[in-house]
Design a protein around this ligand. Sequence first.
Ligand SMILES: Cc1cc2nc3c(=O)[nH]c(=O)nc-3n(C[C@H](O)[C@H](O)[C@H](O)COP(=O)(O)O)c2cc1C
Length: 346
Amino acid sequence: MDRILVNVIRQFNPETAHNITLKLLKHIPLPLTKFEDASLVSNINDLTFSSPIGMAAGFDKNAEVFNSLSKIGFGFVECGTVTPKPQYGNPKPRVFRYSEEEAIINRLGFNNKGIDNFIINVAKRKFFNTPLGINIGPNKNSINFIDDYSLLVDKVHDCADYITINISSPNTENLRKLQNKFELEELISAINSVVKTKVLQKPIFIKINPDETVESYMDIVDLITKYSISGLIISNTTIKREDSQRATIKNEIGGLSGRPLASSSNKILERIYRETKGAVTLIGVGGVSNGKDAYQKIKLGASLVQLYSALTFKGPSLVNEINKDLVKLIKQDGFKSVSEAIGSGI
Ligand SMILES: Cc1cc2nc3c(=O)[nH]c(=O)nc-3n(C[C@H](O)[C@H](O)[C@H](O)COP(=O)(O)O)c2cc1C
């Protein structure tokens, strides 16, 4: 039934299709029953996850549908990226869908309604025990990116279960420079000063891009260890087009996600897990479209997994399907719970 709906919605351009989907999720009761199983439950950074599969950032930029996302089976939901002030983003068209490759290119540029509207929406959260991550980023025309992050951490800290510092979107000029050692140290220490003022300190994750050198990832690992950052989200979209032969994909500017991102994001996940060996939490993202893909990331060291692109191609029942497949895969390997499988493929 939802595959039919997905095909109907897909007749619209990707951004309109997304807006229709948000409206449906907001206003129509979902016919799906959430699949749950004890073997999928885990406790990470003092949060309980009913499933390791989460909604990646960018789908629910303004925190409007996190409730419905939890109901379709996600074990956690990351909302945002939210910026201090509302912003339109880049000119349209800015999202491109490639169904055969199960890939998306976007150059949205943090289109969102701003932090004040976002917080009002999160405050409506009642009886919602699914961990809610808040992904933050600076405004495009900000004079000082680090000040934007500090302000946002201060504002979202008490209503988030965890906070993601997004320094990896390719669609905001100069944002990725924050992944450089010196800039990143300045950013992390500014964020830490804000977090230290809070009574109950929340986990902080940094979301990284998949296009850097191994040395640069090792610098990041050193810094997050030095400053007790909870972990990394690996990864955001790629500006590389190595795994795609299609001229349209090669020539379109923006971040590529979906199937062609899987191998590069997995390589970085594996490399960083080898280095950190469970000392920090790793969240794997990029090209997950079935239970096997998700399980692969877990075996490569991800404690949690997120997805976005596949949901637009396969519809909401995908999340239950992945959870069911994961239960089987965990059992097949002789594990009692998903936590036992983390890093088992290394
Ligand atoms: C249309 C679109 C918008 C996105 N917006 C954001 C965003 O605002 N912030 C962010 O951190 N990641 C954003 N992402 C990246 C996803 O969170 C995810 O890291 C990436 O798509 C890889 O996962 P996937 O292959 O499962 O899609 C966006 C992705 C897509 C497709």
